[in-house]
Design a protein. Structure first.
Length: 424
């Protein structure tokens, strides 16, 4: 197709502020739902087609409502660990959960008591005020919300239709280098297929912007698995999502050096030797035939896989040398600004284990404020140098350098434009 064609010269794509609808259930699925009987056979063809279309639209509405409510439930669970903890906060605040609330009051109450706000809260209100729930003409109680969140079906993100739509732009045969899905209401459901596409190592893709979506810690698990496979991404924008301290640790997991047992050291050295041989072979092929990069008919170079050489690090320990295997990565910038990341201790712990010299942006987070107060020298952005071994006191195996933290707690990082320069 167009973005997979060798004639295509498009480098960047921005699909922003677009919330996709689920596709209508297929006719086969709807036939199973309705069944075939003698009564439907006697209905005129036009009326029967209209009835089936209406049933399909109704089914889609219910599916989208369940999806929205399940994502909202996971948002509350990521903030409070469980729904019960959230309801307990409401009880302790003396909130009357049976009181009927209009949309503005519903939004204000959830913001003041639970800290959740924004468009999704209003969308939840509309669902509860709709035909699937026993609401009362423009008024909804928190008791209705509780019952709705407790009785939701399980949804698998593996074959999510919306996720498959987004994933098509991340496949290895797509020519795009920079993709932005900003404010598209992406959650863990969409991230299943998207992360599966990233795991196929689409080496032409340099930058992925997922700013201001609905990604929580459960969705980050998919991304971390993909980043462990695909090491070619240079920019990942996850600002203004719902990622907590746990999600930060999960995202940093693929870049953490792995401490090796004595029996594993020989295999690691063999692996590095094979990587060195592959790099030399690739360089020889490039020099002789100049075929390392594909070229479109329009003359634009396409980026092929970059040979990466892992590092076997040796440090002295109390009981002898400690060997760690560090997998290399092309990542240059990870944006987590305006997320509910709160712990300065977690930042200090993960900092040494990032890609060497890569930027970790944490503007407008509570953790940035706390760490900035503890270590004000980190707020000086004029000098760009790796901050050495913040977590060494807590973890003797920490490498000597890692993430370059960007902590300005007051400067919002809008991330409206992102660029990645091609290698010279």
């Amino acid at each position: 197709a167009g973005l997979s064609s060798s004639r295509c010269s498009v480098e960047s794509l921005q699909i922003e502020w677009n919330s996709l609808d689920l596709p209508l259930p297929s006719l086969d699925e709807e036939a199973q739902l309705k069944g075939e009987d003698s009564e439907t056979a006697e209905v005129p063809a036009f009326d029967r087609a209209s009835s089936i279309l209406e049933a399909r639209e109704r089914k889609r509405y219910t599916m989208q409502s369940d999806r929205l409510l399940l994502n909202f439930r996971e948002w509350l669970e990521s903030r409070f660990d469980s729904l019960e903890a959230a309801w307990q906060i409401l009880d302790e605040a003396g909130v009357d959960c049976d009181a009927k609330l209009q949309a503005p009051d519903f939004h204000v109450l959830l913001f003041e008591k639970l800290g959740v706000h924004g468009q999704q809260v209003l969308e939840v209100f509309e669902v509860l005020d709709g035909p699937d729930y026993d609401a009362d003409g423009g008024e909804v109680s928190l008791e209705v919300l509780k019952d709705a969140l407790q009785g939701l079906p399980d949804l698998s993100p593996k074959e999510d239709p919306l996720g498959l739509s987004f994933a098509g732009f991340l496949e290895p045969d797509c020519v795009l280098e920079c993709v932005s899905f900003r404010a598209c209401a992406i959650s863990r459901f969409e991230l299943g297929p998207m992360s599966a596409a990233l795991s196929k190592c689409p080496w032409q893709l340099r930058a992925l912007n997922l700013w201001e979506n609905r990604i929580c810690d459960a969705g980050v698990e998919f991304l971390a698995t993909a980043l462990d496979e695909y090491r070619g991404l240079e920019f990942l924008g996850l600002g203004r999502n719902r990622i907590t301290d746990h999600g930060l640790q999960t995202l940093c997991r693929p870049y953490r050096p792995v401490q090796l047992e004595e029996a594993e050291i020989s295999a690691a050295r063999d692996r590095i030797a094979k990587q060195e041989a592959a790099i030399k072979a690739a360089a020889a092929v490039k020099e002789k035939a100049q075929t390392q990069a594909q070229v479109t008919e329009e003359g634009r170079q396409r980026r092929n896989s970059v040979p990466l050489l892992d590092e076997l690090e040796e440090r002295s320990g109390e009981e002898g040398p400690i060997f760690s295997l560090r997998k290399m990565s092309e990542l240059r910038c990870l944006v987590l600004s305006e997320n509910p990341i709160r712990s300065a201790d977690v930042l200090e712990a993960v900092q040494p284990f990032g890609p060497r010299g890569a930027d970790l942006l944490l503007h407008c987070t509570e953790a940035a404020t706390a760490l900035g107060l503890r270590r004000p020298e980190l707020l000086k952005d004029k000098e760009r140098k790796p901050l050495l071994n913040l977590g060494h006191a807590k973890d003797a195996s920490a490498p000597p350098e890692g993430w370059v933290l960007r902590l300005n707690p007051f400067e919002a990082h809008t991330n409206t434009v992102f660029t990645v320069n091609a290698p010279a």
